[in-house]
Write a protein that binds this ligand. Structure first.
Ligand SMILES: [Fe+2]
Length: 305
């Protein structure tokens, strides 16, 4: 194993229109712009943690998935671990303000992954306008091979499998939260969607009002999912990236217990990691809108969580 990942640190998105994306994530999502450097914009949450790096690119895509590892890990040891499993690593000292210790490599399907050591808080003015999520919570990807993807992230980065939907969608956790990365079968390895965590139902209500007030169409939800049981709502950013807002994600307080903290809306008691088969999976809420399905080119459209 390379190491055991502790949390999702931030997401790097490439965009052909940096200023439009900065305006959207600052004014509507409600992140604070905390730095600009070499054509990149750094955006942090109200709590002061980096959530998003926006950078110039020919087309919209996820440029990197940035993960936190144990703060006492040495970069040289991480490099050796990567070499041991045949992966080429490079030091990434310029990945984000406040982060001088990171290492970058490509996963089994060429996604760029950064492992960061140490944390840094930015000094934000609070409260922020817009939705102001608590943090960036998870990233979902397409994959040509969900089994291979789940094995790589489990065997090399310490993720645990939380749930499967049949044999085509896998949810993986690196902490007490139900999922931090997801993989659904598709024709390539691009991002499917990424998600910001909200506090509660009142925060979701506010988020819907913010999106409605800015004439941003809500494409799916709110809906309470089956796997993870998060209440989720989806729209897209100006580049067309699918953005989820969620709260109430299942938590496993103690791995030794082996089940999700009991909730009244669980179907199984206790609710353990499992393979979900059949419909309906969602506890309540309508299916995704045709506009939402269209943006995913009908690739396994109902398997978003
Ligand atoms: Fe999701």
């Amino acid at each position: 194993m390379i190491t055991s990942v502790k949390r999702l640190r931030h997401v790097r998105l490439a965009t052909p229109d940096l200023e439009r994306q900065v305006a959207y994530y600052r004014d509507i999502i409600g992140l604070a712009e905390v730095g600009r450097e070499d054509g990149r914009a750094f955006l942090a949450t109200e709590a002061g943690q980096l959530a998003l790096v926006l950078e110039h690119g020919a087309e919209p895509r996820l440029a990197a998935l940035a993960l936190d590892v144990a703060p006492d890990l040495a970069l040289a040891a991480l490099e050796r671990s990567l070499e041991d499993v045949g992966l080429r690593a490079e030091r990434a000292s310029d990945t984000a303000p406040g982060s001088e210790t990171a290492i970058r490599f490509e996963d089994n399907e060429g996604r760029v992954v950064e492992l960061h050591v140490g944390c840094h808080f930015h000094d934000n003015r609070s409260p922020l306008p817009g939705i102001a999520p608590l943090k960036v919570g998870h990233v979902a990807f397409y994959t040509r091979d969900p089994v291979a993807a789940s094995r790589f992230y489990a065997d090399q980065l310490g993720f645990r499998v939380s749930d499967w939907i049949e044999d085509r969608f896998v949810f993986l956790r690196c902490s007490h939260e139900h999922h931090t990365v997801n993989f659904t079968r598709g024709s390539d390895a691009r991002m499917h969607h990424f998600a910001f965590k909200l506090r509660d139902a009142a925060h979701m209500h506010r988020a819907a009002d913010v999106l409605g007030g800015q004439k941003v169409p809500i494409l799916w939800g709110p809906v309470r999912h089956g796997p993870g049981h998060n209440v989720a709502m989806y729209h897209r950013d100006p580049d067309g990236n699918a953005v989820e807002l969620f709260y109430d994600l299942d938590c496993m307080t103690d791995e030794a217990l082996g089940f999700w903290d009991p909730r009244p809306w669980h179907r199984d008691r206790p609710q353990r990691p499992k393979t979900w088969v059949g419909l309906p999976r969602d506890v309540w809420g309508l299916p995704p809108s045709p506009a939402f399905l269209d943006m995913h080119r009908l690739q396994l459209p109902t398997d978003l969580t």
